[in-house]
Design a protein around this ligand. Structure first.
Ligand SMILES: NC(=O)c1ccc[n+]([C@@H]2O[C@H](COP(=O)([O-])OP(=O)(O)OC[C@H]3O[C@@H](n4cnc5c(N)ncnc54)[C@H](O)[C@@H]3O)[C@@H](O)[C@H]2O)c1
Length: 432
């Protein structure tokens, strides 16, 4: 089928490349001319494991093209996917201006009936707003489908190729049929398509993210309590996870969640509730606990050192999670800003996001390092914030040798307290 994907970010580019890999003819469109120029010259502007190969393969096969031009791209397609940002407004509600701008551009360029699919995470009721926007600019028939995306950054290609489920909020059987056909190659093994109304599809995405964020905040709150009461959250996780109703997944205590989805989606869901005068104390708590948790490392650092001013601290990992270059709302950024405000000297390292980080963090007290060993050199303490695999088996003897102090703040519980203490480190984990 001929498809158009609007927005070539983490969702759009991955979706477009995977759809092309399944044999569809896809144009990925973006208003960011630099991004499209990079893609046209063979550079994939984001880091996602496996993405470069799949883009390269499908460009070479002629199934994947890039454009900034709405009229020719819309003319090419029977189905348009919208995968543009939906950031927070000041009050926490969702900013729909990018989505509605894309809808307007599609409508203005339409020359034939169209199926318009929303992949962006949008508040309940957005499909109606898209319908009104499109109807204002064309008299041609069209369908609106809500098809929220569930991929995880760092595993986006795998998630897209083998989705747990594909949610389709539809208004017509024609749209449902077309969408089933598009996704048929992804569901050969067993049917994972769930058809529902638009509002429920839109809501499903927010509820999924709220549930995941709640699990994290719950474990972080319990980790703090474990520290006070002398228990170990790692043991507790195994203890509760063995109950099949609870399970082991997504129950890790750490330095808080970040990224481009959980924080803004929790806020948007709260705003949706507020708009209908419905109290959501649980959502409020999830967000509040996370804001506190993002400061838990700086609190531990302040408690350990009499003064943080002029202490050299190595920060391992800057992205909000491993295997991505995404720094949006990353707990490491909060930590770095707090430490700089306290006068610390920072040695920063991330395996993938150094270039992106250098664009948003500029301070004379920052040294950008080659690797985790280089970052540790001469430092009083290490703060591990992102659990990149390469940090897990670092040569700690070599690292300890090169440091000024031997203090390790483990924001992701990657190391064992006893082993670290045996190596002479002052070790501080989360809830251990
Ligand atoms: N990143 C994730 O892990 C993830 C997962 C699931 C859902 N989502 C949702 O998907 C949506 C997109 O997220 P993302 O992380 O891919 O965003 P992103 O910021 O990485 O990319 C969005 C792209 O859209 C482009 N764009 C903006 N307005 C446009 C327009 N009018 N026409 C064409 N292009 C336009 C931007 O230039 C940018 O390249 C958001 O609603 C997000 O909540 C994201």
């Amino acid at each position: 089928m001929n498809l158009l994907v609007i927005g070539t970010g983490y969702v759009g580019l991955v979706t477009g490349a995977c759809l092309a890999d399944m044999g569809h003819h896809v144009i990925c469109l973006d208003i960011d001319a630099e991004k499209i120029a990079a893609l046209l010259s063979g550079i994939v502007p984001i880091y996602e494991p496996g993405l470069e190969e799949i883009v390269e393969r499908n460009v070479a096969a002629g199934r994947l093209k890039f454009s900034t031009d709405y009229p020719s791209s819309v003319k090419h397609a029977n189905v348009c996917f919208i995968a543009v940002p939906t950031p927070s407004l000041e009050d926490g509600s969702c900013n729909l201006s990018y989505v509605l701008a894309a809808a307007k551009s599609i409508a203005e360029a339409m020359t034939e009936p169209m199926i318009i699919v929303t992949k962006s995470t949008v508040p309940v009721g957005t499909s109606k707003k898209i319908r009104e926007t499109v109807a204002a600019y064309t008299t041609l028939p069209f369908d609106i489908v809500s098809n929220p995306e569930f991929l995880k950054e760092g595993a986006a290609v795998v998630d897209c190729m083998k989705p747990d489920r594909i949610i389709l909020g539809v208004e017509s059987s024609h749209a449902a049929q077309m969408m089933k056909e598009i996704y048929s190659a992804f569901t050969i093994n067993h049917d994972r398509i769930l058809i529902m109304d638009n509002a429920s599809a839109e809501m499903t995405k927010y509820v999924a993210n709220a549930m995941l964020a709640a699990r994290i905040s719950f474990m972080n709150e319990m980790a703090g309590l474990c520290e006070q009461l002398g228990a170990n959250i790692k043991h507790v996780r195994i203890g509760i996870g063995s109950d099949q109703r609870i399970g082991y997944h997504f129950l890790y205590a750490g330095a808080g969640y970040g990224g481009s989805c959980f924080p803004k989606d929790i806020r948007a869901l709260q705003a949706m509730a507020l708009a209908v005068d419905y109290d959501t104390p649980l959502l409020h708590a999830v967000d509040t606990v996370n804001e506190r948790q993002k400061k838990v490392l700086v609190k531990k650092i302040k408690k350990h050192f009499d003064s943080v001013a002029n202490k050299t601290i190595a920060v391992w990992g800057l992205t909000f999670k491993p295997d991505t270059d995404d720094l949006r709302e990353a707990p490491a950024i909060t930590l770095i800003e707090e430490l700089l405000a306290l006068g610390a000297i920072l040695r920063l390292y991330d395996p993938i996001a150094m270039e992106k980080a250098q664009k948003i963090l500029t301070h004379p007290n920052i040294t950008w390092c080659r690797d985790e060993y280089h970052a540790a050199e001469g430092s009083h303490a290490i703060a591990l914030v992102t659990e990149w695999k390469q940090f897990r088996f670092a040569d700690l003897d070599q690292i300890a040798e090169s440091m000024q102090g031997k203090v390790f703040f483990d924001g992701r519980n990657q190391y064992k307290k006893d082993e670290m203490r045996a190596k002479g480190f002052h070790y501080f984990g989360i809830g251990v």
